[in-house]
Design a protein around this ligand. Structure first.
Ligand code: 5AD
Ligand code: SF4
Length: 452
């Protein structure tokens, strides 16, 4: 019987995409996916260390795997991958004897051979070397989303924002050749996925190493031109690198979703400076004005950190004020968590009380919820093209999808439409999603996927 694997993923899209690569590498070795860890022969925990809580999840998960092994009498190979693996390395093996393999963010391709040697020798193996290689064999990653493909364009980051561990865990910035990216996009389109999401820490810093004329906006145009690709997204751009050429591409290119996730982190110039973000509140807000002027209908979203060291009530009030002005379609917010090795972790005491961080994040989320409801109410009656990507979480007779602006829409439609773009009229909304009715006809439903 074929051996089974199970991958548990924490963290960002980059990590979820790494898990697609891990799954593909293991399937190439003949392993098959298991729906639960209990009957897996290989259990991979793909970790995130961006915030402390994310890291704690590894230890909870390892405890559960140990417990399961005791209950079932099985002895799976336990692999720790991702940013915690990269950062903690040998320390993980000392801390937890149930780990068989530690594989870093840059050594994923070594995973099959690491598993083989751990199985042979029955003692733990580790590879957390900083490989510079950004190649990955075409067609091996196993897409986990029925509608969209994730394609990495840049690995690592050179920005060194003072709070962020990524430059230490994912290494320095390395660009993938545009030829590799376009080949991967072509493969995704040929396998029926009509949306591609380009991934990187600062995607808009992209410059093709194999073609001097291909900057990020040119790459977007080339990706959008690939046969079968109907939608292109990317995450995340850095506000300081949004060029005129990128804005022009967003305006001109119909396949390019009119949505920008532009993490601002704070509305206070004093905090932005100690965060080393290298833009001011005024420059950021000007950029939003320019985007809204030149790309009508663009949806914006952001990330905020509350309780960064030294953040006063006045600093936080400035963040609240920025949120009021920016009117984002969505916002991700985090309590600051001091990360080992980062500039802020070394230099600034984590001095905002936990209770104050909680108070601030609650106030922030309440404000954003009110703004979101207003924006959603204003969308009633509009028709949006929705890419259907799954069954609704709450009601299993509904499917769910996303507008080009990245807002979730639930709609009554057959599950056979998953993976297709359907016109939907917005009829209602909840706190985090819209509700709509499909305007697609049965005839459209019968057209072949690629005609859409
Ligand atoms: N503490 C809290 N939030 C953080 N983020 C990154 N590092 C930290 C940290 N040390 C948040 C930022 C980033 C998002 C991916 O995670 O908002 O944009
Ligand atoms: Fe981290 Fe800043 Fe790089 Fe984003 S740009 S990954 S926040 S260092």
């Amino acid at each position: 019987m074929a051996r089974k694997y199970f991958v548990q993923t924490f963290g960002c899209q980059m990590n979820y995409h790494d898990s697609e690569r891990i799954a593909g590498l293991l399937e190439r070795e003949g392993l098959v996916p298991s729906a639960v860890p209990a009957d897996a022969d290989v259990v991979v925990i793909n970790t995130c260390s961006v915030r402390e809580k994310a890291e704690d999840k590894l230890y909870t998960e390892l405890g559960e795997v140990r417990e399961l092994a005791r209950e079932t009498g099985r002895d799976p190979i336990v692999v720790v991958a991702g940013c915690v693996a990269q950062q903690e390395g040998e320390r993980l093996l000392k801390r937890d004897a149930s780990i068989d393999v530690v594989v870093g963010t840059q050594s994923l391709k070594q995973l099959p051979s690491l598993i083989a040697s751990a199985a042979d020798r029955r003692h733990p193996v580790i590879d957390v070397q900083p490989y510079d290689d950004v190649s990955f064999p075409l067609g091996v990653a196993r897409p986990s989303d029925p509608a969209r493909a994730w394609v990495t364009i840049i690995e690592g980051c050179n920005e060194f924002c003072s709070f962020c561990v990524v430059p230490y865990t994912r290494g320095h910035e390395r660009m993938r050749p545009s030829a590799d990216i376009l080949a991967e996009v072509g493969h995704a389109a040929a396998s029926g996925l009509c949306e591609v999401q380009l991934l990187g820490q600062i995607v808009n810093h992209y410059q093709a190493p194999d073609d001097p004329s291909c900057d990020f906006s040119e790459l977007l145009r080339r990706v959008a031109a690939v046969d079968g690709i109907r939608r292109v997204r990317f995450a995340s751009p850095h506000p300081r690198h949004v060029s005129d050429r990128l804005i022009d591409a967003l305006r001109d290119e119909p396949a390019l979703c009119r949505h920008l996730h532009l993490p601002v982190q704070s509305g206070s110039n004093r905090i932005l400076k100690t965060m080393r973000r290298r833009y001011s509140r005024e420059e950021y807000l000007d950029l939003l004005d320019t985007l809204r002027e030149r790309v009508p209908g663009i949806a914006l979203s952001t990330d905020i950190i509350v309780g960064f060291p030294g953040e006063t009530d006045e600093d936080f009030a400035l963040t609240m004020d920025l949120i009021r002005q920016a009117r984002y379609h969505s916002m991700f917010s985090f309590k600051y968590s001091s990360r080992p090795g980062t500039l802020a972790g070394k230099r600034y005491p984590d001095d905002v009380l936990e209770a104050v961080k909680t108070e601030r994040i609650v106030a922030l989320q309440r404000l954003q919820a009110a703004i979101q409801i207003e924006l959603f109410a204003g969308m009633i009656g509009e028709v949006h093209d929705v890419l259907i990507d799954g069954v609704s979480r709450r009601r299993d007779w509904e499917v769910t999808g996303r507008t080009p602006g990245n807002t979730v829409v639930n709609v009554e439609a057959p599950t056979a439409w998953i993976g297709r773009i359907i016109p939907v009229r917005i009829t209602g909304y909840g706190p985090n999603s819209l509700r709509g009715e499909t305007l697609a006809t049965v005839q459209q439903e019968q057209e072949p996927l690629h005609a859409r």
